[in-house]
Design a protein around this ligand. Structure first.
Ligand code: AMP
Length: 295
């Protein structure tokens, strides 16, 4: 069996490692996660390792991004299994902070808000979520000080928010996006898929299937309003219990697209419920013929 990666539970340990690598001329990536690792997370580590010399993975189930009544307590946690999985990829250090290490003054004492990007879509349904994410990620970035950080397109709004956060706080950290890893049936990998009953797990891939149909319709020139309506109706027919949103947005700033036919690039973003479990997914829409000349 491959050797388990080195670990640290302190910010100082993570920063010391990062600084000594950087002092030796090596470049360092941070891959923040909440653990319960799957191939999607491991692909982020591989993406990081292709770009830099050293990779630090953080594992922290961040209490401030869960609202009361959400799944903080039952969120899957298995540190030994996560370390075993990380031994199969080029991970140099795993940072496993306690809540006190991240929130020494107590959670909620200092909060970063991005009101525009953080209150729409996921933020409209989960008002705590993005301030929790932004605060944690800013702290991790300042604790570790990596050269780059890798995030998944699976959480597309989160990816854009973190890009905006680093830009606005003048952090010299490059945020790199990695594509969504899917199961063979198309379901986007997620730690929360473990919550799905067998019945719901069989239905879950329909989300991606229906989104791909909508992509085809949008790229064929059907109006956005019609495609969104049709997608909602099909998802409800399929048996998804609730639709939080079906949105077609500008891929750079998530502003809404008009109701008519699309031009250029867009992002289709969806969140649905299957019993108690929320599934989110997003895909690129690309109407190449209408992209116009490059500037
Ligand atoms: P999480 O542990 O769910 O907070 O996710 C940690 C990181 O992994 C985030 O950057 C996610 O976007 C990314 N991630 C989660 N699922 C996937 C996936 N299926 N494909 C690619 N990246 C993912």
């Amino acid at each position: 069996m491959a050797q388990l990666p080195a670990t640290t539970r302190t910010a100082l340990g993570a920063r010391d490692a990062c600084f000594s690598w950087r002092a030796a001329g090596e470049r360092v990536a941070l891959v923040p996660t909440m653990g319960a690792l799957h191939e999607g997370h491991l692909a982020l580590v591989e993406t990081a390792a292709q770009r830099v010399d050293r990779v630090i993975v953080s594992i922290f189930v961040n209490p401030t991004q869960f609202a009361p009544g959400e799944d903080l307590l039952r969120y899957p946690r298995d540190e030994d299994e996560d370390l075993r999985k990380l031994s199969s990829v080029p991970c140099d250090l795993v940072y496993l902070p306690s809540a006190e290490e991240i929130y020494p003054q107590g959670a909620g004492q200092m909060v970063i808000n991005l009101p525009f990007l953080g209150s729409d879509l996921e933020g409209a349904v989960r008002p705590h979520f993005f301030s929790g994410v932004a605060t944690l990620v800013a702290k991790l970035f300042l604790q570790v000080m990596p050269d780059i950080a890798v995030f998944g397109e699976k959480d597309y709004q989160q990816l854009l928010l973190i890009k905006a956060l680093t830009r606005d706080l003048h952090m010299p950290i490059k945020v790199v996006a990695a594509p969504t890893r899917r199961e063979v049936d198309g379901l986007a990998m997620s730690s929360r898929n473990a919550y799905l009953s067998n019945y719901d797990r069989a239905l879950a891939p329909k989300l991606y299937e229906r989104m791909c149909e909508a992509k085809t319709d949008l790229e064929a020139g059907l109006p956005v309003s019609q495609v969104r309506r049709r997608l909602r109706a099909r998802l409800l027919q399929d048996g998804f219990s609730k639709i939080d949103y079906v949105a077609v947005r500008n891929p750079n700033n998530l502003q809404a697209k008009g109701p008519g036919a699309l031009m250029g690039e867009a992002r289709l973003l969806c969140a649905v419920r299957l019993g108690e479990t929320r599934l989110i997914d997003n895909i690129a829409i690309n109407i190449e013929a209408d992209l116009g000349p490059k500037t």
